[in-house]
Design a protein around this ligand. Structure first.
Ligand SMILES: [Zn+2]
Length: 276
């Protein structure tokens, strides 16, 4: 097995989104009142070259996100900014690695936020897996009002529902094996969105935990610090706790989508907690 990081440009958000302030509604309003931006953060998509073929986890940003400043949605318009060139989208970068669109067996989305589904257009012939609850929340006008961009999905987008089962996987109550060997597993990591999933790719003794936006970096996960957008603080806290316990139970490289250190940790196989 081999895991590759593909950086699909950069994103900038408010610091109060990365680490939440206060509780309840005030935590979510804090994003809008915060005048402090993060540095430009990477947005990664991941490639898992495993026994069942090539899987892509999340599709990263698309160049269409450069128009986010024109959006009518207040979050999309004011609270997030993107940098990306068309050749930094996931499709061209896969081709540069020698992977054509038809070589990708599956695309799995941790959730449907715009910097995770922005490269869908590159996978017209690939099976795409999405948690059904996430799709329900993201689609249509209601989805747009929540800040999703379903009108940017390709017309053919009709993902296969990724139903997790009540099958315990380490500290995670719900999971689903994605390969015959069971070395790639989807686990339920609700919090950042209610139906957010993460992917565990087990390579020998080492687990790669493709965390999506469960936290914006490793320090926040280890410290159990919530972001500013998770709706249910208890659920989010329980997920961060489960991930931390998972990393303590087996050697794990923790790879969130926007962690500036993620690609380096992947290259060095640096385990969660090793830097602290
Ligand atoms: Zn997100």
């Amino acid at each position: 097995m081999k895991v590759h990081a593909i950086q699909t440009g950069f994103v900038r958000i408010k610091t109060a989104q990365v680490e939440g302030r206060g509780h309840g509604l005030s935590r979510r309003i804090a994003i809008f009142t915060d005048s402090n931006w993060t540095d430009w953060l990477p947005t990664y998509a991941w490639v898992i070259d495993c026994s069942d073929g090539i899987f892509v986890v999340d599709t990263g940003q698309g160049a269409h996100l450069l128009e986010s400043g024109k959006s009518l949605h207040p979050y999309v318009r004011w609270e997030v900014a993107f940098r990306i060139e068309p050749e930094q989208e996931v499709g061209p970068q896969l081709r540069a690695l020698g992977v054509g669109p038809r070589d990708v067996k599956r695309v799995i989305l941790t959730h449907l936020h715009m910097d995770h589904d922005g490269g869908l257009a590159h996978f017209p012939d690939t099976e795409i897996l999405v948690a059904p609850g996430e799709l329900e929340i993201a689609r249509g006008l209601a989805g747009r009002m929540r800040g999703y961009l379903p009108h940017r999905w390709p017309a053919w987008f009709d993902p296969v529902p990724l139903h997790l089962e009540a099958e315990q996987f380490g500290p995670f109550a719900q999971s689903r094996r994605l390969t015959a060997a069971g070395d790639v597993v989807a686990v339920a990591t609700p919090g950042h969105t209610a139906h957010h999933i993460s992917i565990v790719a087990q390579d020998g003794d080492t687990a790669y935990f493709l965390a999506g936006d469960t936290s914006y970096d490793e320090r926040l996960m280890l410290a159990g610090k919530l972001d500013g957008v998770s709706a249910d603080e208890q659920v989010c806290t329980a997920t961060l706790d489960a991930i931390r316990r998972f990393t303590q139970s087996r050697p794990t490289v923790y790879l969130p989508t926007h962690d500036p250190q993620a690609a380096e940790r992947l290259a060095k196989r640096q385990l969660a907690g090793a830097a602290s």
